[in-house]
Structures are given as structure tokens and as C-alpha cells.
Write a protein that binds this ligand. Structure first.
Ligand SMILES: [Zn+2]
Ligand SMILES: [Zn+2]
Ligand SMILES: [Zn+2]
Length: 298
């Protein structure tokens, strides 16, 4: 009996001892959590505009991407690029042509994409300018006195932005006498055409359909802003148009698909004959902003 008890006790001790040995045996190194960058990260390639500098060991971001440094603003023909890496930030804007059919005069940068048959530089000339031209005419510069431009037989007239024409009292600043329809293309809102204080218009189309396109500044005259002896068409945008008797005048019809003025009450003004005078028996409503144009007709 004693022997049996001893064996049981001995076995229990062996079991407990072996259990203790198992629990206290050294753990293997694989189970330990260690930081490979404990002594510091290992920096990779330097940060650029678009990529961060990271640790080559653990991948952590050390320096964030720097971002681009924008160069000069984009223009019609050149992109805005990063001065550091050269990457394009804003693509070239492209030209904004006054004449979308022939792409001849840019409203943004003033680029001319044609060779005019005749160029009138108001700074070079004195007195009235009277000529016949077939093809295209370019008008530019600032008139240094009262000046009348009388053009015969032209098809297209282009006016550079910044042109200032001041006409004499008795006749129009620009008078076009043509045997076929002609168009005046304005190159920007800094164009000013002013007739004199007497019986003058800013622009006068004497013979055939007159179209105003592109972009213009203010147009005014002692009698009226723009007159056509047949039809007057405005497809572009203009500044204020005003005249003592009328803003717009046409013997036959006035068609406006562009815009006049800067949405102010004084954008289109005329005297006793109305803002728009049409010497015919019918007329259509006009898509103009407030106030409604005062249309006067026979
Ligand atoms: Zn690291
Ligand atoms: Zn860059
Ligand atoms: Zn341009």
C-alpha cells in the first residue's frame, strides 16, 4: 500500500515538474515583436513634386510630395508649367477668334491670322481716310483728332482691341459703302468709336447689309450709334450704343443675336426716334436685357 501511494505521489511530482519545465522553457526569437527602424528610417529617393520620400525599409512617408510650383499663367498658345519639373499644370487655352469662320483675329491675345489687304494705323494718318479696297481691312491705333474712315467695296473690316476712332461732326466715324454685305469684326471691349456732336453716326453702312461681330466697346454719334441703309445685324457683343436720335437704325430690319451693353439701363439709348429705329412696317421682338428697347418705326 505504501508503495502504491509513493508511486502515485512520485508520478504527480514528475508530471508537475515536466509541466513546469515546459512552461518555463525559453521562447524562440520568432515570437518577439521588433521594429526594424528602431534606430531610424532609411530615407529613399528625395521627394519630388508628385512623389513622397519614403523609408526603403518600412515604406513610411518621411517627406510628403512637394506639389508643383506654377510658372507664368497659361496663354492662348503656351501652357502653364511647373518651374521645378516642367509638367503642364494648365494646358494652352487656345485662341478665341472674333471670326469663327476664318479665325483671323483673337479676342484674347489680339493675334492676327491673316495679312490685311490694307492696314489703317490711325497714329500714322492725319485727316480723313477715303479708299477703295477689295478684301480685308485692318484698323488700329488711336486717332489723334477727328477722323473719318470711308471705305468702298470692302468685305470684312477688323478692328484691333484698343482702337479709338473719333469722327468729325458731320459724317460717320466709319462709313462703309459696299456693293455686297460686309462685316465689321471688333477685336475687344476697349474699342471706342465716337461720332462728332453734329449729324454723325459711329458706324454707317451706306449700301448693303451691315453686320457687327466679335467684341466692341462703346459706339456713339451725334445722331446715332450704328446705322444701315438696308439691314443691320449684330451677332457679337458691344458696349453701350447711343445717339442723339437713335441707338440703332436700319431702313429694312434690325436683327440682334449678340448682346449690347453691360446689362445697365443706359446700354442702348436713343433720342426722339427711339433706341431702335426701323423704317419699315414690321419688326420682331428683340432678345435684349432690360430695359426693353424702345422700337420706333414708320
Ligand atoms: Zn522605416
Ligand atoms: Zn512640378
Ligand atoms: Zn489668342
Amino acid at each position: 500500500m505504501k508503495t502504491t501511494k509513493f508511486l502515485i505521489l512520485f508520478s504527480l511530482l514528475i508530471f508537475l515538474f515536466s509541466f513546469f519545465i515546459g512552461c518555463s522553457s525559453p521562447t524562440s526569437s520568432d515570437d518577439e515583436i521588433t521594429d526594424p527602424c528602431e534606430a531610424g528610417h532609411t530615407p529613399g529617393a528625395a521627394a519630388t513634386c508628385t512623389t513622397a520620400q519614403t523609408c526603403t525599409v518600412c515604406g513610411e512617408v518621411i517627406v510628403a510630395a512637394l506639389g508643383h510650383t506654377p510658372g507664368a499663367a497659361a496663354t492662348c498658345t503656351t501652357a502653364q508649367t511647373c518651374t521645378v519639373c516642367g509638367e503642364v499644370i494648365v494646358a494652352a487655352l487656345g485662341h478665341d477668334w472674333a471670326d469663327t469662320v476664318n479665325n483671323r483675329l483673337c479676342l484674347t491675345c489680339g493675334e492676327l491670322n491673316f495679312t490685311p489687304a490694307r492696314t489703317i494705323d490711325l497714329a500714322d494718318d492725319t485727316g480723313d481716310i477715303d479708299f477703295t479696297e477689295t478684301g480685308t481691312v485692318l484698323i488700329k491705333g488711336v486717332s489723334n483728332g477727328q477722323r473719318r474712315i470711308h471705305i468702298n467695296d470692302v468685305t470684312d473690316v477688323y478692328i484691333e482691341n484698343g482702337t479709338v476712332i473719333t469722327g468729325p461732326d458731320a459724317v460717320s466715324s466709319i462709313q462703309i459703302s459696299v456693293s455686297s454685305a460686309s462685316t465689321i469684326y471688333g477685336g475687344g471691349s476697349d474699342i471706342t468709336i465716337t461720332g462728332g456732336s453734329g449729324t454723325s453716326e459711329g458706324i454707317y453702312g451706306a449700301v448693303d447689309i451691315l453686320t457687327i461681330a466679335g467684341k466692341m466697346g462703346s459706339i456713339s454719334g451725334g445722331i446715332g450709334g450704328i446705322r444701315s441703309n438696308t439691314d443691320l445685324i449684330i451677332t457679337g457683343s458691344t458696349g453701350n450704343i447711343s445717339g442723339g436720335n437713335f441707338g440703332l437704325y436700319a431702313t429694312n430690319s434690325v436683327t440682334i443675336s449678340g448682346s449690347i451693353g453691360n446689362d445697365t439701363a443706359s446700354s442702348l439709348t436713343g433720342g426722339f426716334m427711339g433706341q431702335i429705329y426701323i423704317n419699315s412696317s414690321s419688326y420682331n421682338d428683340f432678345p435684349l436685357s432690360t430695359p426693353k428697347p424702345w422700337v420706333w418705326h414708320d
